[in-house]
Design a protein around this ligand. Structure first.
Ligand SMILES: O=c1ccn([C@H]2C[C@H](O)[C@@H](CO)O2)c(=O)[nH]1
Ligand SMILES: [Zn+2]
Length: 145
């Protein structure tokens, strides 16, 4: 796995904190920011975007991933996630875990607190037995007409 130097991660963590200012969360008032550190060192950020039809809400992590992919980035070293929770590390929801896993099971998820402390886990640890793209390449039984 590619080495991450500490300043890159600290920059990503700070960028994720700053992105909370962009959060659109009139319903939950729960601000979340995310920052992806791409293989080439680029940082791509995202915030949660809520909707009056609550279930359409998009989390900060998925916003960042969709922004990154649409800008040509598909290889990631890490993602940093920030919220305003004082005493808990912000953890990605199940949908975001699946979305993160799409891009590999061995990259780093920094779940932070506002004081810059973090809990670090791999994407694959966060979603063991997640559905992976390779499954679509496996041999399948024939389908009935
Ligand atoms: O990891 C998380 C957890 C929650 N949210 C958002 C979704 C919703 O807008 C608000 C409350 O669930 O926080 C994220 O963006 N990322
Ligand atoms: Zn989510």
């Amino acid at each position: 796995m590619t080495d991450i130097n500490d300043s890159e991660i600290l920059n990503a963590i700070k960028a994720s904190h700053e992105m909370k200012n962009k959060s659109y969360c009139p319903y939950s008032k729960f601000r979340v920011g995310a920052a992806l550190l791409c293989e080439d060192g680029t940082i791509i950020t995202g915030c949660n975007v809520e909707n009056a039809s609550y279930g359409l809400t998009i989390c900060a992590e998925r916003t960042a991933l969709v922004k990154a992919v649409s800008e040509g980035h598909k290889r990631f070293k890490a993602i940093a996630i920030s919220s305003d929770l004082k005493s808990s590390f912000i953890v990605p929801c199940g949908a975001c875990r699946q979305f993160l896993l799409e891009f590999g099971k061995d990259w780093d998820v920094y779940m932070t607190k506002p004081d810059n402390t973090y809990k670090l886990m791999k994407t694959g640890e966060l979603l063991p037995l997640g559905f992976v793209p390779e499954a679509l390449e496996e041999e399948r039984i024939s389908q009935m007409a």
